[in-house]
Design a protein around this ligand. Structure first.
Ligand code: HEC
Ligand code: HEC
Ligand code: HEC
Ligand code: HEC
Ligand code: HEC
Length: 480
């Protein structure tokens, strides 16, 4: 016991000899217990605040490490009698009668250092876990990440961690993530990021490695019936539905050939494309390579020497599913969704028309938008349907709040994100989507054209019919 006390007093004495070591030691003494308690609280999940974790892992921990380094450097460089310099260690080790004592020192410091390293290991693992957490990605850089986070929260992937799609588990992608992560932290802190943020995200891992952790396209089969809801801009906000049978298909499985929409992702062939822009909207050249090495090249008609700015890209999931989670809807779809869920009451006359006129205007920021949307809706009803203003106030209030949400879930003036800033490639409704290639204008040298047939991808079972007539139409209707 007295030996250990002696060892400690020796350590303190050598620290006291150097100002640098003294400063480092003092800081470490304050930080160490603080960190110990905080890490314990974080590990048992007591404190759930992104700023707490940020302070803990990205501020206090590096400070503690610096303090320890200062102490060590101070001890080795202290003037006067120095028991811990390399020369004196050498002397101790070569002098047999003092060997026992030195060995004791070695044991003591090894145990001390191991315990400390173990603690640092725990901190390193937790900080890694924290920097990969959705809470860090989304909450820390509020303004930058707000669009990505809000759209994510409203999507089917709201329980999937950001890193499941944005980073990988294998080490090259991990290192890349750390580097791009540091850069992103820097641009966020210095306010020097692009508004809107750039897409495509070039450091996104090939989506086949990410998406396929959960979705296996070889397994998608056959057709899928999809109902699309719409509300007209008439007095009754008439609720209409379309039923569309999508030929989901599969990438081929158990010897069966790939077919349908997911034919593109089959491992049986490779489909490459080039575009004039990095956002891959303007595709000019498509190359299909078969397992036997034969290739077919389709060129956009009228373009013999396409100017390509993008690299040749192997088509994968996110060339169609580019917005699988950060949904940014069109004003029409945004309102249809709100009317469908009842956040905007569909029994308020003309609400679809009035709300659409309000949300499609340009506003400086979200709070101005909220104010003016409310003012416009109130004014319209006060002028045109005063009885609604008087008798159905609560309905109108609800409609206002739903309309404001339809705006603020899709438009982010701070980040320059407006209607249509990021196109969605999944269909061909608002943007060219599939029609980037399937518009009938891509031709190979032997004259085959990439199909534009309306029955290639889907059968329309019913198109924009009143909801109550849907089943009747589907059962009896003509199919297109
Ligand atoms: C289901 C997969 C998935 C999840 C989960 C996901 N993302 Fe994305 N994210 C994408 C794809 C795909 C893109 C667009 C890639 C492209 O077009 O190059 C993207 C784009 C982005 C962009 C670029 C700006 C934009 O809107 O295109 C940011 C920023 C972003 N994601 C942040 C996040 C954050 C923060 C989270 C977690 C809160 C998250 N993502 C979760 C798939 C995902
Ligand atoms: C960690 C697992 C996970 C990963 C990774 C993942 N997803 Fe999903 N995906 C899900 C879950 C869970 C759902 C929701 C299923 C449901 O609610 O029916 C879903 C739903 C979907 C849907 C259907 C949405 C709808 O409206 O029906 C599509 C399309 C999709 N994911 C595409 C992708 C793409 C593309 C990627 C890669 C960029 C991806 N997913 C990555 C788990 C994942
Ligand atoms: C050629 C474009 C295209 C490519 C490439 C593509 N998909 Fe799809 N995928 C679609 C379309 C279109 C749908 C139907 C969308 C809808 O329901 O509106 C769909 C549907 C899905 C669904 C929902 C299936 C269901 O039965 O509800 C999932 C999950 C999905 N895709 C995942 C993937 C994954 C993972 C990849 C990459 C391996 C991929 N997709 C590649 C176009 C594509
Ligand atoms: C980069 C170009 C490109 C894009 C984008 C693209 N396709 Fe294709 N697609 C092709 C090529 C090339 C073929 C093969 C030639 C053909 O069948 O005309 C093909 C074939 C198909 C086929 C027939 C597959 C089979 O059974 O043989 C379907 C279905 C299809 N695409 C659906 C879609 C859908 C849906 C989208 C949008 C979500 C889409 N494609 C986007 C290039 C593209
Ligand atoms: C290359 C594949 C492809 C071809 C060819 C194609 N479509 Fe589509 N279409 C789609 C996909 C995928 C969707 C579903 C989009 C979604 O999930 O939102 C769709 C959706 C639709 C819708 C419903 C949109 C809505 O919001 O109501 C209509 C209508 C439609 N297509 C009409 C046509 C017509 C008409 C043609 C022929 C000129 C055609 N499509 C050719 C892929 C295709």
């Amino acid at each position: 016991m007295s030996r250990i006390a002696e060892l400690f007093s020796r350590l303190f004495r050598s620290i006291a000899r150097s100002k640098m070591a003294l400063a480092g030691g003092a800081i470490a003494c304050v930080l160490f217990p603080m960190l110990l308690v905080s890490v314990a609280l974080d590990l048992i999940g007591w404190v759930e605040n992104p700023y707490f974790s940020f302070l803990l892992y990205l501020t206090l921990t590096p400070l503690l490490i610096i303090a320890i380094i200062l102490t060590a450097v101070g001890i080795f460089h202290s003037r006067g009698e120095n028991r811990y310099s390399f020369e004196s260690f050498k002397e101790y080790l070569t002098t047999p009668e003092r060997y026992r004592k030195i060995r004791l020192h070695a044991y003591f410091y090894t145990i001390f250092a191991s315990l400390f390293l173990f603690f640092l290991g725990v901190v390193a693992v937790s900080s890694q876990r924290y920097s990969a957490s959705t809470s860090f990605c989304a909450n820390f850089c509020h303004k930058v990440m707000a669009p990505a986070y809000i759209t994510y929260k409203n999507s089917p992937h709201s329980q999937v961690p950001c890193v499941a799609c944005h980073a990988g588990k294998n080490s090259p992608w991990l290192v890349r993530r750390q580097l791009t992560g540091l850069h992103q932290l820097y641009v966020a802190l210095t306010d020097s990021y692009a508004r809107p943020l750039k897409t495509p995200v070039n450091h996104l891992r090939p989506s086949r490695e990410t998406c396929e952790q959960c979705h296996w396209p070889d397994k998608f089969h056959g057709h899928r019936l999809r109902l699309i809801d719409k509300f007209l801009d008439d007095e009754a906000n008439s609720h209409m539905q379309s039923a569309i049978l999508l030929k989901i298909g599969s990438g081929g499985q158990l010897g069966r050939p790939a077919q349908g929409i997911h034919w593109h992702t089959s491992k049986q062939h490779r489909l490459y494309f080039e575009s004039t822009d990095e956002e891959r909207r303007d595709i000019t050249k498509v190359t299909l390579t078969m397992p036997d090495g034969s290739t077919t090249t389709y060129l956009k008609k009228g373009i013999t020497h396409p100017v390509t700015r993008s690299k040749k890209r192997l088509m994968d999931c996110i060339d169609c599913h580019n917005r699988p989670t950060h949904f940014l809807l069109s004003p029409d779809s945004a309102l249809n969704d709100k009317l469908l869920t009842g956040q905007i009451p569909a029994n308020l006359p003309y609400i679809k028309r009035v709300a659409l006129a309000a949300i499609t205007q340009d506003y400086k920021n979200t709070s101005e938008a909220h104010e003016r949307i409310a003012a416009q809706l109130r004014q319209w009803y006060a002028t045109n349907l005063p009885e609604v203003e008087k008798n159905q106030r609560s309905l109108l209030d609800q409609a206002i709040s739903g309309t404001q949400q339809a705006y603020s879930e899709n438009i982010f003036p701070d980040m320059n994100i407006r209607w249509g800033t990021y196109p969605d490639f999944i269909g061909h409704r608002q943007n060219s989507g599939c029609f980037r290639c399937h518009d009938g204008s891509f031709e190979s040298s032997d004259g085959t054209v990439i199909s534009h047939d309306c029955k290639l991808c889907h059968l329309m079972m019913a198109e924009s019919v009143p909801v109550e007539k849907l089943m009747e139409t589907v059962v009896r209707g003509k199919r297109r």
